[in-house]
Design a protein around this ligand. Structure first.
Ligand code: TYD
Length: 232
């Protein structure tokens, strides 16, 4: 199997979707098949759960139940979308995954042991090959989110979790960084306060450094450093 599973994590307004699109373009230049997906959601069943969670309708059930719903959505997404894509040798780029549950639901008071149990049920031992943590000071992230909301239609209104205040976002940022310290081989931190081009270059360098041998496997005849790929 040459497919790789890369997840993107970070607080609100970290710029994950922009960077996922840019990494996809780099990989596709090397003719690597890429599958982009997101959580919560990513499969028809999980998208239903997503709308319940992000509308805030499940909030009254409490953070433990929200954590279970995230895990239920993840289990379906994993089985019906992520694992089959990896088996087809695609590179899966996923916007948020288990680390978001550890941080968001952990910060909301859910017992970390319970979160790990749910995680095991949902992913059955499959971990991301690489997790890119785009670290952005929460005040910058929140400012980006509010600009986005102001310039988008009604669907761009802040969701259940984006509405949380700066203090909450600061605690989440610290928790994400703690996860990266605890699992440095899987989670790499990228400074997301820089320009989109600089962040893109940092992520592409990281992927070549951490998964270079996998890029070679996936491309076989294409050399790892192709002239022009660094700038394009
Ligand atoms: P989304 O619109 O995808 O936002 P973002 O661009 O920030 O990724 O909304 C996902 C929201 O759900 C986000 O605020 C984080 C939250 N979330 C959790 O609380 N737990 C989870 O396990 C996941 C995957 C997301």
């Amino acid at each position: 199997m040459t497919g790789q599973f890369i997840t993107f994590e970070g607080g609100e307004g970290a710029g994950k979707s922009t960077q996922i699109a840019r990494l996809k373009a780099h990989l596709e230049k090397l003719r690597i098949p890429v599958f982009v997906t997101r959580e919560p959601g990513g499969s028809p069943g999980a998208e239903v759960v997503r709308s319940v969670l992000l509308s805030g309708k499940a909030r009254a059930l409490g953070p433990d139940t929200e954590a279970m719903l995230f895990a239920a959505a993840r289990a379906d997404h994993m089985d019906s979308i992520i694992l089959p894509a990896l088996e087809r040798d695609e590179w899966v780029l996923c916007d948020r995954f288990t680390d978001s549950t550890r941080v968001y639901q952990g910060e909301a008071g859910v017992d970390p042991a319970f979160i790990r149990e749910l995680e095991n049920l949902a992913v059955a031992g499959k971990k991301p090959d690489l997790t890119v943590l785009i670290d952005v000071p929460p005040n910058i992230g929140l400012a980006r989110v509010s600009t986005r909301s102001a310039t988008e239609s009604a669907s761009g209104a802040p969701d259940r979790f984006e509405k949380d205040d700066l203090e909450v976002q600061v605690r989440r940022q610290a928790m994400f960084l703690d996860l990266a310290k605890a699992e440095p081989d899987r989670i790499a931190v990228v400074d997301g306060s820089k320009s989109a081009d600089t962040v893109e270059e940092a992520i592409w360098a990281l992927v070549r450094e951490r998964l270079g041998h996998r890029l070679e496997d996936a491309t076989r005849v294409v050399p790892l450093i192709v002239p022009g790929t660094r700038d394009g």
